[in-house]
Ligand binder design. Structure first.
Ligand code: FE2
Length: 203
């Protein structure tokens, strides 16, 4: 699973919290909803290893809610909360808003906990956005995006971090929030902005 084309975006772990049939998330759509927290604007482009845009790639996105739980772990969330399936535009561009994902602990009861304890390791993962990116003629990419200021970046308990998956979340004033996003008119506080391009290997 970790065999990667060095010219393409690195793969990372899938984890147990993906759901089937994620709801469609339009370009410019929002996953934050009524949840508290700083708005995170995520955008990028899907392209091939020659730099050409891949039109209409599909991006399946999921993450933790601000309470550190995925929807499948949390009876207070709808199962589709913080899950979305986006189709990139003709030039491979995608963009959406959410809240910053948070660090969490992998379930540390049972055999996993015993292994961690035997190895003298903690159960924390750095915060991340999960992506599965698919496009005809290209290898499906299962990956994650990490912010460069996360305290657990160098000690991910499941070793999912790769250098090219670490991005900076830039702080921006509210006035710089772009038009054309679902929540454009509602952003009255500073927000975070991350750009992440995805490069897929040919099949
Ligand atoms: Fe995760």
């Amino acid at each position: 699973m970790m065999h990667s084309n060095p010219a393409a975006t690195s793969s990372s772990v899938l984890g147990p919290f993906h759901v089937s049939n994620p709801p469609p998330l339009p370009i410019g759509g929002d996953m934050k909803g009524d949840h508290d927290g700083t708005v995170l604007l995520v955008e990028g482009r899907v392209r091939d290893t020659d730099g050409n845009p891949i039109p209409n790639a599909q991006i399946d996105i999921w993450q933790t809610a601000p309470n550190g739980l995925y929807s499948s772990q949390d009876p207070d969330q709808d199962i589709h909360s913080f899950h979305g399936l986006m189709t990139a535009d003709d030039s491979g561009h995608f963009r959406f808003t959410t809240v910053r994902p948070v660090e969490y602990t992998v379930p540390s009861d049972g055999p996993v906990g015993e292994l961690l304890e035997a190895a003298g390791r903690h159960p924390w993962r750095p915060s991340h956005l999960h992506y599965i990116v698919t496009a005809p003629g290209h290898r499906t990419l299962v990956t994650e995006i990490f912010p460069d200021d996360d305290p657990y970046l160098d000690q991910d308990t499941v070793f999912g971090v790769r250098d090219d998956l670490v991005m900076t979340y830039h702080e921006k004033p509210a006035g710089e929030f772009p038009d054309g996003m679902a929540i454009s008119g509602q952003v009255t506080e500073p927000f975070l902005h991350v750009k992440f391009d995805v490069i897929l290997s040919p099949q």
